[in-house]
Design a protein around this ligand. Structure first.
Ligand code: HEC
Length: 102
């Protein structure tokens, strides 16, 4: 809860001062945006930690994974619903998922 308030405050401060928010880490993005589907398999999402499900996807290469993460793929929504994620943040989230799924 405390963290939420701090995050909200930081967001408000950044918005009012015009400063970019500090980049969030892959785990942070995953926990707040990707977890809903990728931890449960909701909507047919490959579960994080399921190496067999991820192996063929990882084989496509990072460029393809990032393209699908950003543009969406079937039930995977564009940006995995993280509409305010920067490219670097999306990549960190995808890398976090891969690290946890090998
Ligand atoms: C609404 C549910 C949902 C959310 C939220 C979601 N995903 Fe997905 N994701 C999916 C589904 C479903 C697939 C499988 C799509 C397919 O292959 O048909 C998928 C597939 C992927 C893939 C594999 C793409 C490929 O080329 O095989 C990546 C990478 C991915 N998601 C990253 C993310 C990231 C990063 C986030 C959070 C920023 C996220 N997803 C949030 C549902 C979701």
């Amino acid at each position: 809860m405390k963290k939420l308030i701090i995050t909200a405050l930081a967001g408000a401060m950044a918005a009012s001062s015009g400063l970019a928010l500090a980049e969030r880490g892959g785990k942070e993005i995953y926990d707040s945006k990707c977890f809903a589907c990728h931890s449960t398999g909701a909507a047919g999402a490959p579960k994080v930690g399921d190496a067999a499900a991820w192996a063929p996807r990882i084989e496509q290469g990072m460029d393809t994974l990032m393209k699908h993460a950003k543009e969406g793929l079937n039930a995977m929504p564009p940006m995995g619903t993280c509409m305010d994620c920067s490219d670097a943040e999306m990549q960190a989230a995808v890398e976090y998922i891969i690290e946890q799924s090998q």
